[in-house]
Design a protein around this ligand. Structure first.
Ligand code: PMP
Length: 411
């Protein structure tokens, strides 16, 4: 990443775009280090949602009146912005509530009708529950088996071992682009190439990649890519599944209702074309208007710049945390996003996070929806500090000072 480019941006001004970051918690300035959980929103996103409800609110696709047309244009405009942002076709993006919806759509609509006893699904040790449980539901119903690719001591995928798992009965490989616990960036392009050579369909969970790096879905070469809007400075309850057109055409609808049909008769229903075939009911219109504004915001900032800034913060945080006695960092991948999971000897993760909150520092503690990864490390929980481009080096320092202080209280 190019440090010189990072320096050309006035990060103090960027930070000022985020109104929430000026608040206090327990009488202390807030230090928000939980962006991997959900990202904060710039004023432009908040304003876009506000403006939609104040001036344009109407349902999409049904009404011919002016507001209905404006709402439809804004909603479809967000789809087009997302398509440009991720370098895909707009008609290959199914809009929904987030990654959890997107992965379940693949599980129920692509995998469930296809998999059979004797087939296998390959996952990795570092998956979020959203990329495990849907496949377990499919496996239970179809008789397919789940195989798991393991990680090394640095928290990186053992790709040779993963490739060895890709035997002829494997029909689907689903893995995260970036781990929400370890920060590990997986070599998804190489992995998808190997899977494709073997005729295996690939699903990438992009929840933690989309907010931190420039993601060109087409160049990854996967079959499905899921992402969630609220981690990319957008509103909650927004996200999408990108899928190759041939998959979308072949997949049956997952949820039935209005908007996803061409004609309904009691004798039988003709479904709409993809992606609308998968978008039954009234969508989160205002949310997608906000997500469109967040894509505008991130595009203007430049994902390369955001990523470079976060790498600086990660490097600084890792250096400082490594000086704290008895602190263990989980995940030291060579290519890593700005997420640091850690434990401090003698202190429970929740106690540390609770005391840090009293210092104004918001970090996450728990299993991070990754029980199998916790089992691997033999711990019930970790603390996780996750950084975004709007954080500062001063915040990193204040966090480490607070950590040393609360640690003493727990000793
Ligand atoms: N996968 C990963 C790697 C995640 O970090 C998350 C969110 N914590 C999800 C999936 C689920 O995303 P959502 O809850 O927005 O559907």
């Amino acid at each position: 990443m190019n440090a010189a480019r990072e320096n050309t941006i006035d990060w103090t001004r960027v930070r000022a775009d985020f109104p929430l970051l000026t608040r206090e918690v327990h009488g202390k300035p807030l230090i928000y280090l939980d962006s991997a959980n959900t990202g904060q929103k710039p004023a432009s996103v908040i304003d876009a949602v506000d403006d939609f409800y104040r001036r344009h609110n109407a349902n999409v696709s049904r009404a011919v009146h002016t507001l209905g047309t404006e709402a439809t244009d804004a909603y479809e405009g967000a789809r087009r912005k997302l398509a440009t942002f991720f370098n895909v076709r707009a008609d290959e993006l199914v809009l929904g509530s987030g990654t959890t919806f997107a992965l379940n759509l693949v599980a129920y609509s692509w995998a469930l009708p296809r998999l059979q006893p004797g087939d296998s699904i390959v996952l990795t040790r570092m998956e979020h529950h959203a990329n495990i449980v849907p496949w377990q539901l499919v496996a239970e119903r179809t008789g397919a088996k789940i195989k798991v690719a393991e990680i090394n001591d640095n928290g990186e995928l053992d790709t040779e071992a993963l490739f060895a798992l890709l035997t002829p009965e494997v029909k689907l490989l689903s893995l995260t682009h970036v781990s929400n616990v370890l920060g590990t960036v997986n070599p998804v392009r190489e992995i998808c190439r190997e899977a494709r050579r073997r005729g295996i369909v690939t699903v990438i969970d992009g929840s933690q990649a989309a907010p931190h790096r420039s993601v060109d879905i087409t160049s990854i070469g996967c079959d499905f890519y899921a992402f969630t809007g609220h981690k990319m400075c957008g509103p909650t309850g927004t996200g999408a599944l990108w899928a190759r057109r041939e998959h979308l055409a072949a997949m049956p609808p997952f949820i039935g209702g209005g908007e996803m049909i061409k004609e309904v008769r009691f004798e039988g229903t003709v479904y709409n074309e993809a992606p609308h075939k998968f978008e039954a009911g009234t969508p989160n219109i205002a949310g997608f208007v906000g997500l469109g504004a967040s894509v505008d915001y991130l595009s203007a900032l430049g994902m390369m710049n955001a990523g470079a800034r976060e790498q600086e913060l990660l490097r600084h945080a890792t250096e400082e945390l490594d000086k704290v006695e008895g602190l263990r960092i989980f995940g030291r991948a060579a290519e890593k996003a700005a997420v640091v999971s850690f434990l401090v000897e003698g202190a429970h993760a929740h106690d540390l996070a609770t005391l840090l909150d009293l210092e104004g520092v918001a970090i996450r503690s728990g299993h991070h929806c990754a029980h199998p990864l916790m089992h691997h490390f033999g711990v019930p929980a970790t603390c996780r500090a996750s950084f975004a481009f709007y954080n500062t080096h001063e915040e990193v320092d204040a966090f480490v000072v607070a950590l040393r202080k609360v640690r003493k209280l727990l000793a």
